[in-house]
Ligand binder design. Structure first.
Ligand SMILES: *Cc1c(COP(=O)(O)O)cnc(C)c1O
Length: 237
């Protein structure tokens, strides 16, 4: 049987993850999150048919539409939906009500809202704190120095579970420099784990820098282009 293109791409990405993990200093399991933003449900269906279960979405309404669609057409398949885009306060309720994870928590106000808005019938929302690891090059994420206070806030909220850290470093083509930035994230992750035993997730690595991210200790890579092809409309709308 010939594979569909997405199935083939997924297989290639899984192989790349396995070899990066084998060469890295941290050969623990790395989860593959398929970033399906801007892609139609048909593409997600192909990925599901190839065994993929975790999906990342950047735009709240588009993501919610997909969550509801798959709950309707495939209620028997347990998918995990991760919100990975910039989160505005006025959209927090939709994230709290429909997603399993939020990777982009970077301020106190949003943590309060997400916890209050998380339906009591659902398990707590899994939260990653987004770190601005490239300094002034990026506007999202908190400064490393402010991490302990935000972590303490999240850990104290009843409907959130602090699971770890996330970063989107400034684009960098040199492997050694990619690695250095990811290693500084892994240092912050190690610090956080000392205080919070439930912390187990370091979300870093995209299509162009996944090997360095895994070598530096990533536990979850967020891959869009290498699975679904290039996107038709820009990443930041
Ligand atoms: C779009 C996006 C990705 C996937 O990027 P690719 O380069 O297509 O793999 C990962 N993480 C975030 C936060 C994104 O916005």
């Amino acid at each position: 049987m010939t594979m569909n293109p997405i199935e083939q791409n997924l297989q290639n990405v899984r192989e790349k993850i396995a070899s990066a993990a084998a060469c890295g200093r941290y050969p623990h399991a790395v989860t593959l999150l398929a970033v399906s933003k801007t892609k139609p449900v048909a593409a997600i269906e192909e990925a599901i048919a190839s065994g993929q279960r975790g999906f990342g979405e950047n735009y709240v309404q588009e993501g919610v539409d997909k969550v509801l669609y798959f709950r309707e057409v495939m209620p028997q398949v347990a998918l995990q939906w991760h919100f990975i885009g910039p989160l505005q306060s006025n959209k927090s309720r939709l994230v709290a009500e429909h997603f399993d994870w939020c990777h982009t928590v970077d301020r106190h106000k949003i943590t309060q809202r997400l916890s209050e808005q998380r339906p009591a019938a659902l398990s707590p929302l899994n939260v990653l704190l987004q770190v601005n690891i490239s300094g002034e090059a990026s506007k999202s994420g908190i400064k490393p120095a402010d991490l302990p206070a935000l972590a303490a806030t999240v850990a104290a909220l009843p409907h959130l579970t602090l699971r770890g850290l996330m970063a989107i470093p400034a684009p960098e083509s040199d492997y050694a420099r990619q690695l250095a930035v990811f290693q500084s994230m892994n240092d912050l992750f190690a610090q956080l784990k000392l205080h919070y035993p439930q912390v187990d997730t370091l979300s870093m690595g995209m299509t162009d820098d996944m090997s360095a991210a895994i070598a530096a200790g990533s536990t979850l890579v967020r891959i869009g282009t290498a699975i679904f092809g290039t996107r038709d409309y820009p990443q930041h709308v």
